[in-house]
Design a protein around this ligand. Structure first.
Ligand code: ZN
Ligand code: ZN
Length: 174
């Protein structure tokens, strides 16, 4: 049998994909042993797969980032609501600066709560407990949220800004 590409040469091997006969020179061109057509087709298929994977990863990442932004917005809304509810009693006979500080602390409570919940999820606290325990846990979290709220707000603000930047970069790429 002769080589598919060279009529004057004896075949020494076959394309592993389509079975075409190949001479020594043609057979040694690729590893594994493939003819030009099959190599090209397989390479293109590989590129397609790679591209599809990249697109899937991009979509997943975008969803993640959008979730970060959404979560931040919800927390800001809750914080704003807390401020609205608590503003009248806060205003009584307190200097303006103190009011502002207290508003910042109040606004940050949901961010502190989120930070603690995040940490809690990471430690995997699996407790089968009574309703009383959950009420206590909620209360403790609420108190703790007051203390970590403001730093948590700034941490999460920087996260959301990073997410926005990456989302904008993705939008430009598209
Ligand atoms: Zn082939
Ligand atoms: Zn050949």
């Amino acid at each position: 049998m002769k080589c598919f590409n060279h009529e004057d040469r004896d075949a020494v091997a076959y394309c592993q994909h389509c079975g075409k006969a190949l001479c020594r020179e043609c057979a040694e061109k690729y590893t594994p042993c493939l003819c030009d057509d099959c190599f090209e087709a397989l390479w293109q298929e590989q590129q397609r797969q790679k591209q599809a994977e990249e697109e899937a990863w991009g979509a997943q990442r975008r969803e993640e980032l959008e979730g970060t932004v959404r979560g931040f917005m919800i927390r800001a809304l809750i914080g704003f609501g807390l401020c609205l509810v608590m503003l009248p009693p806060l205003m009584e006979g307190v200097p303006l600066l103190m009011v502002l500080v207290q508003l910042l602390v109040l606004f940050s409570v949901p961010f502190g709560w989120h930070l603690i919940s995040d940490g809690q999820a990471r430690i995997h606290v699996d407790l089968i407990a009574s309703v009383g325990f959950w009420v206590f846990l909620g209360f403790a979290k609420g108190v703790l949220s007051f203390f970590v709220g403001v730093p948590a707000l700034f941490i999460q603000l920087s996260e959301v800004l990073r997410a926005k930047t990456e989302l904008d970069a993705m939008a430009v790429q598209k």
